[in-house]
Every structure is written in C-alpha cells, then in structure tokens.
Design a protein. Sequence first.
Length: 260
Amino acid sequence: MKLKNVLLEKEGNIAVVTINRPKALNALNSETLKDIDAVLDVLENDNDIYAVIIRGAGEKAFVAGADISEMKDLNEKQGQEFGILGNKVFRRIETLNKPVIAAVSGFALGGGCELAMACDIRIASEKAKFGQPEAGLGITPGFGGTQRLARIVGLGKAKEMIYTCDLIRADEALRVGLVNKVVPLENLMEEAKAMAAKIASNAPIAVRMCKDAINRGIQVDIDKAVAIESEDFGKCFATEDQKEGMTAFMEKRAKNFQNK
Ligand code: CO8
C-alpha cells in the first residue's frame, strides 16, 4: 500500500494513524482523503487491531480543514463530489468495526473538526482549538459538520459555532461535550494510548457490538433501538469471548480474550 500523506503504525493491538502534511497543517486534500480510505481498508480487515487512534503530524494542528487551495476553483459538481468523498471516508470511520479515538493536539478546524467528530472519542490537548469556519469562506461545512456537531453539542451551540465561525478552546469544547477529556499537550498520546489499551483489554467483538448498537440505535426510535441492542447482545453469546469473560469471572482469574 503506497500512502503519500498518511502514516499507519501498529503498537500491539492498537493502530496509530497520522495525517501527515504538517506544512499545510495537515489539511485534507483529495489525495489525503484517499489515503485515509486505503488505511481504513487495512484496519477493517486486521483482526489483531482492537482500537485506533487518529492524530495530526506535529503539535500545531490536528487537521486545519479541507484543503482550501484545492477547493478554491471547484465548480458546483466538483464541490459536491469533494463533499461526497469526504463524507464517504468519514462515515467509514464512524462505522469502522473498531473504536477510533481522535488525539487532537492543536487546530481542529472545518474538515478537521469534522474528522474528529467522526471518531468515537475525542481527547484534546490544552492547546487544541475547534471550529467550523466554512461560512467565512463562502461554503457550508461539507464533511458532516452540519449534522454531527448538532448531534454532539446540541442545536443551539452547533448553530452558534457554524454561523459565527468562532473557534472554541479545549476547555469550552470539554464544557459543551465536544471532547471527552483535556490533557497537557505532552501527555496527549500517552493518554490516548492508555485509553485505547483499556478499550483493547475488553472483548473486541463485544466492543464492536456496543459501537454498532449505539451508532444504529441513536438514529431510530427507542423501540427499534432496543431491538438493535437485543440483536447485538444475542450475537455476543455466539462468541468464545463471552464464554471466556464469564468463565474467568466465575473462576476468579484474569480474562484471556481471543477476538473470537
Ligand atoms: N487548506 C490549505 N492550506 C492550509 C489550510 C487549509 N485548510 N490551513 C492552513 N494551511 C496552510 C497555510 O496556507 C500555510 O501554508 P504556506 O506556509 O504555504 O503559506 C500553512 O498551512 C500554515 O498556515 P498559516 O501560515 O495560516 O498558519 P497560522 O499559524 O498563521 O494560522 C490557522 C493557523 C489559524 C489554522 C490558519 O492556517 C487557518 O485559518 N487555516 C484555515 C482554517 C480553515 O478555514 N479551515 C476550514 C477549511 S474549509 C473546510 O474544512 C471545509 C470542509 C468541508 C469541505 C466540503 C467541500 C465541498
């Protein structure tokens, strides 16, 4: 697999994906989006990876948005195609068969904030800044921002951020629920890896079923949602890890999950 702007590293059962265009503050051009798409093919099919971390290269930015130089001269059809590409890749992250943590060091703007929101969990450094500055550039958020921001922080705050284009700092992002945790910059990756390791210590198939039930359930009414939960709950009983987890509890010993 030949990647130009994205790095993929594995550490035990954890994968670290780095968006690697530091000179452009890791801005997402179509080449980078296609790299992320290719990395998702690998992650989806690698049964030894139980959790994923996405970060930006360098400390200044997670991702400073979609690439403005690439978008500047697009016509309506091309703009729509670029939006569809970003949305397709981000939806793949959101529905990936393992949890994804965004480790946000600095700017997470526009497509960068949208990338972080497509992840399951966001950990921010104290220096991180979030925002959707698109309206100031003459466009709407186009990689899911109009949809996911409102789902995460509520309609009022999402509309305020999107209409004003104001950036918010990490402490405000924590207050409104946009991030799960704020840590000193020097501890960011350590904290992200510790959380990934904690997730990876649980039964991987059960974690995957939890993600599936939460993601699908949030989109439908409560009757359909609990039916989805029952379906995923039932599937767990067909796994060896369910037998192992419960047997280990009864035998008062450590669990040894096999992702089976
Ligand atoms: N695209 C392209 N290049 C960028 C981007 C970007 N989003 N952000 C930064 N860069 C480049 C700069 O042009 C600069 O390049 P060069 O050194 O060649 O001049 C380099 O990165 C460093 O940036 P700055 O010199 O601007 O660094 P500062 O410290 O002065 O400022 C900021 C940092 C505040 C982050 C500033 O770079 C900035 O405002 N960047 C743009 C942020 C932004 O508006 N992001 C939203 C983009 S739109 C978007 O994401 C839409 C998503 C949906 C698309 C749907 C398509 C249909």
